[in-house]
Design a protein around this ligand. Structure first.
Ligand code: NI
Length: 293
């Protein structure tokens, strides 16, 4: 072997030793890491089931909705229906029935401009016809209740017929991404024991009203404003309509109603918010008989 050959053999020998040492180190390190991650996996597996849903922190809107649903649940434990809030706070609710319809976008324009939270009791078969207005309501975060599928006189229907009227509306709402409605308003204010049984099973609160503006009769803008203001009191639930006929008078009356109520120190809230902030104190001993809605 030449000098150069010996030198190469020495270098090769050193290289073999270095590589072998490196391999040993790698094996030891990877073994240690592998053992540690395995024990971590085991401890995670003990505390979190593999099928646990991905959790996320609730948004502000979700927290408000959860609080409002809890408020409605508390009211439902005491009474199946309400005509107003408790009257302890200077809050009241504007409610709009029979939509969505051709005038709904104009109503929403006014409410948006004046920053008014409101409640809409929607009719199922109108939802696909005016789905853009309904989608806007969902985006705005207004409260949406059930006003049946076809707006019938519920007391003329069998229990099964009433059940269908209430359920099919919820399906129409669901198709557009709306949450299950926790509120129900009876068309013409008509209901009976079967209606209340169906609502109890569905977890829905029947929302009547303390003031009927009779805007559906189109009595003139001044008359609608006067009726709304005359019925204003803490906890009031005021009945208006965004569909079911020409609603130009209702739309024209709205800004004056809102501004005057605010000037009198009222805060306008949705019905779920009213039920949460200021639930009814006294449950009426007998069921009210109303016409309207
Ligand atoms: Ni109605």
């Amino acid at each position: 072997m030449s000098g150069a050959g010996r030198r190469l053999a020495q270098v090769s020998g050193v290289l073999v030793v270095v590589v072998a040492a490196a391999i040993v180190v790698l094996i030891v390190v990877s073994g240690a890491t592998g053992g540690s991650s395995a024990s971590q996996s085991a401890s995670v597996a003990r505390t979190v089931p593999a099928t646990a849903p991905v959790r996320h922190l609730p948004s502000a809107a979700e927290r408000v909705l959860a609080a409002q649903n809890a408020g409605i649940d508390r009211v439902l434990r005491r009474t199946p229906f309400v005509v107003s809030g408790g009257g302890e706070r200077r809050e009241l609710a504007l409610t709009f029935d029979d939509g969505p319809g051709p005038y709904t976008p104009k109503v929403l324009d006014v409410l948006t401009r004046l920053h008014v939270p409101a409640t809409f009791f929607t009719v199922g078969f109108m939802i696909p016809l005016f789905h853009q207005a309904l989608q806007r309501e969902l985006q705005m975060g207004v409260a949406i209740g059930d006003h049946t599928e076809q707006h019938p006189m519920m007391t003329h229907l069998s229990a099964a017929g009433q059940q269908s009227q209430i359920v099919v509306q919820t399906q129409q709402l669901h198709r557009l991404g709306g949450a299950f409605p926790r509120l129900y308003r009876p068309p013409y204010g008509l209901y009976n024991a079967a209606t209340l049984r169906i609502l109890r099973r569905a977890g829905m609160l029947m929302v009547l009203w303390s003031t009927d503006t009779e805007d559906y009769t189109q009595p003139g803008v001044k008359a609608i404003v006067r009726a709304a203001l005359a019925g204003a009191k803490p906890g009031a639930i005021i009945l208006l309509h965004d569909a079911g006929g020409t609603r130009t008078q209702t739309i024209a009356a709205l800004p004056q109603i809102v501004r005057t109520l605010r000037a009198r120190g009222y805060m306008l809230v949705t019905v779920p918010q009213l039920m949460t902030d200021d639930p009814p104190r006294h449950v009426p001993s007998r069921l009210p008989r109303l016409a309207g809605g």
